[in-house]
Design a protein around this ligand. Structure first.
Ligand code: G3P
Length: 217
């Protein structure tokens, strides 16, 4: 499973990138707001740092507006994936922009039928929002499993980008189901390294080592 980082915080991306943990980045208007940065400026910095796709989201609500904004965002760098919402207008924009050989990430997906339409419209990525489904007492992981089954049934090339990931368990479950990509906040990715038994075991080793009085260096 590829890891995308769901943030517009450049330092957090850089830290994970040094460890080879970053296969791409996703941003959205809320994350740009949170960063306090100019969208083009911060997106360019991220694109220069990361080899993989960097999603930048349009904000127009009509297809022509999304297409125009998408073309403008795509000028930032070759690795821009234009993000459009899963509305009828967004699907139209997806069809046009992918027809121009641009990567398109169709976002705000909450049903298998929406994902099926995005694949038909040629989306490069579909972003089902797990956490937000969980928020309304539905199971976000069921949606990932349904989309995986449907895409595999018909050999759609659209990559499943599990989004709105809030916990390390979401990462495990998305990987077990076979999501192509998971996009997660930096904190969730770092938390995947943690285990209380690792900490406990390390404490015990360090105490025993101290008792030997030896040094390695
Ligand atoms: O990848 C989409 C993500 O940014 C939304 O996450 O936690 O706001 O639902 P969240």
């Amino acid at each position: 499973m590829k890891f995308f980082v769901d943030t517009a915080e450049v330092e957090a991306i850089a830290e994970l990138n040094e460890l080879g943990m970053v296969d791409g980045v996703t941003t959205n208007p809320s994350l740009i707001m949170k960063s306090g940065r100019d969208i083009k400026e911060v997106t360019k910095e991220i694109c220069d740092m990361v080899d993989g796709p960097v999603s930048a989201e349009t904000v127009a609500t009509d297809a022509d507006g999304m297409i125009a904004e998408g073309r403008e965002l795509a000028k930032i760098a070759d690795n821009i994936a234009i993000k459009v919402p899963l509305t009828w207008a967004g699907l139209k924009a997806c069809k046009v922009l992918t027809g121009e050989d641009r990567m398109v990430n169709v976002t705000l997906c909450f049903s298998a039928n929406q994902a099926l339409l995005a694949a038909k419209a040629g989306a490069s990525f579909i972003s089902p929002f797990i956490g937000r489904l969980d928020d309304v007492n539905l199971d976000g992981m069921d949606l990932i499993a349904d989309i995986r089954a449907i895409y595999d049934n018909y050999g759609f090339g659209t990559e499943i980008l599990a989004a709105s990931i809030r916990s390390v368990n979401h990462m495990t479950e998305a990987a077990k189901i076979g999501a192509d990509i998971a996009t997660a906040p930096p904190g969730v990715i770092k938390k995947m390294a943690e285990h209380p038994l690792t900490d406990k075991g390390l404490d015990a080793f360090l105490k025993d080592w101290a008792a030997t009085g030896q040094r390695i260096l």
